[in-house]
Design a protein around this ligand. Structure first.
Ligand code: NDP
Length: 263
């Protein structure tokens, strides 16, 4: 039985992009709440390393399931594998994502498609395989990791912004569609968070502009009234809160975590 310290005990969570960055911080938080977790992502080694570490530290089970979320057939197989290992899916965090920075006029059609696929269509794909279990059980939590780029615009990331705005539309519509089933659907919108994703963007920008990576990072930090980037754990904490059984009446929301950058 779940207790106050482990309110997600006996519940199976799937976190995409769970091997590093924000996803790994979410995995750790949900593990602390007692959830059994399938960690999904393309690169196997960090998934297995984190699953092994958590298995040592917690009584519940963890599974590493390598998958590219843009590959429909693999996603279907991965969800079947996860379900066979840890049971019906009760929570899904659609976190896997990537960003390409490129001026709109230079963006090729396949680059646009790739951004939409990894940042938006992947959530549709994964949710289709998780939702039936939740509806059947009469309980579920879906958290979509959008971005402040889902709420406002930023230059040079039009496809990413379009996808993240789409993620919020998906969240709002699906939340209403399943509102009576015990399943909540929410989006979390982080601002700049200190992960490989931001480091990669800064490096690309430094190459293109000839400015130093340090200077560019400081520019991003100054963009937030908080004067720094967020930590992955600050984002994960909000996700864990939305996943708590007590948050049954919060659905269809977008929770902005940006140190006041976007209000
Ligand atoms: P990272 O680059 O650190 O991590 C991205 C994760 O997504 C990795 O685990 C990666 O694993 C996984 N991933 C990427 N592409 C695929 C794919 N095709 N299939 C499966 N997994 C994939 O980024 P963050 O932790 O920063 O980002 C996590 C989420 O947060 C993303 O959706 C991002 O858009 C969002 N976000 C991030 C912000 C930031 O400033 N960092 C701000 C706002 C939102 P692998 O490479 O092994 O596949």
């Amino acid at each position: 039985m779940p207790d106050a310290q482990r309110p997600l005990a006996d519940r199976h969570a799937i976190v995409t992009g769970g091997g590093r960055g924000i996803g790994a911080a979410i995995v750790r938080r949900l593990a602390d709440l007692g959830a059994s977790i399938s960690l999904m992502g393309r690169t196997p080694s960090p998934l297995y390393a984190l699953a092994d570490e958590l298995t040592e530290a917690h009584p519940q089970s963890f599974a590493a399931v390598p998958v590219d979320v843009t590959d429909g057939a693999r996603v279907e197989a991965a969800f079947a594998e996860a379900r066979a290992a840890l049971g019906p899916v009760a929570l899904l965090v659609n976190n896997a994502g990537a960003v390409d920075s490129v001026p709109f006029g230079k963006m090729a059609a396949d680059q646009w498609d790739r951004m939409l696929d990894v940042n938006l269509t992947s959530a549709y794909r994964c949710t289709r395989h998780a939702l039936p279990d939740m509806v059947k059980a009469g309980w579920g939590r879906i958290v979509n990791i959008a971005s402040t780029a889902g709420v406002t615009g930023y230059p040079y990331v039009t496809a990413y912004c379009a996808a993240k705005h789409g993620m919020i539309g998906l969240t709002r519509a699906l939340a209403l569609e399943v509102v009576k089933t015990g399943v909540t659907v929410n989006a979390v919108c982080p601002g700049y968070t200190d992960t490989d994703l931001v480091t990669g963007s800064v490096e690309t920008l430094a190459e293109k502009t000839g400015r130093s990576a340090d200077e560019l990072r400081q520019g991003l930090e100054r963009q937030s009234p908080l004067g720094r980037m967020l930590t992955p754990d600050e984002v994960a904490s909000a996700v864990a809160w939305l996943c708590h059984p007590e948050q049954a009446a919060i659905t269809g929301q977008r929770l902005i975590i940006s140190g006041g950058e976007v209000l």
